[in-house]
Design a protein around this ligand. Sequence first.
Ligand code: ADP
Length: 225
Amino acid sequence: MIKFDNVTKKFLLGTVALNNVSFEITDNEFLFLVGPSGAGKTTVIKLILREILPSSGSIMIDDFDIASKNFSQTTVLRRNIGVVFQDFKILSDKNIFENIALGLKVMNSPLIEIKSKVKEALQLVGLSKQEEVFPVQLSAGELQRVAIARAVVGERKIILADEPTGNLDPKTAWEIMRVFKKLEGQRTIVIATHNTDIVNSFKKRVIALKEGKIIKDQRKGGYEI
Ligand code: ADP
């Protein structure tokens, strides 16, 4: 469960990125976070990752208020969250297996377990044969598949995606969304996007932000307000 309660985030120089925002996301929900550039979508994602702290309000992840200055489990929190970015953020000097395995290695998982988990993740995203390939040999769509595999590996409970189709052509964007769809019901999935067609056709929950405020929170919603 992710629960924002009256969350406000003011940056230095006074920008109010989020203004008294409240919502609750239940486990294994699939939802879109939409809104124009500057609406506050990335700020929501960074707050869930505890990369930034709110100016006021509470953010509960399960039983923990991660907005509390006393919260000391940030590493554990992040182990449970996979992130997918617009620009993939794949390490170019590591092959696909190594890119995906990295998070598991940090957790000191045994090699045999790492191998089977990476294979499972590669299968999910349809890249089983590309384990030893280097990122330079892959297309943008394939790189984003690697990023999704990296985000899901290790049974992360929450997947956050910030404009995951922003750098992809429409056909590839749909292919990527079909990968997210496969995860539906198995993880909590929050996708921040501008992609009107995708949001409208998925008919999932939509939280729309504008100037830091929620202007719509609708089950089976569309992009338009
Ligand atoms: P979105 O992801 O919807 O485009 P953001 O969450 O990135 O929106 O930004 C919301 C607002 O907060 C914008 O006005 C942005 O300029 C501002 N903002 C974001 N990060 C910072 C920062 N580190 N310092 C100052 N202002 C910021």
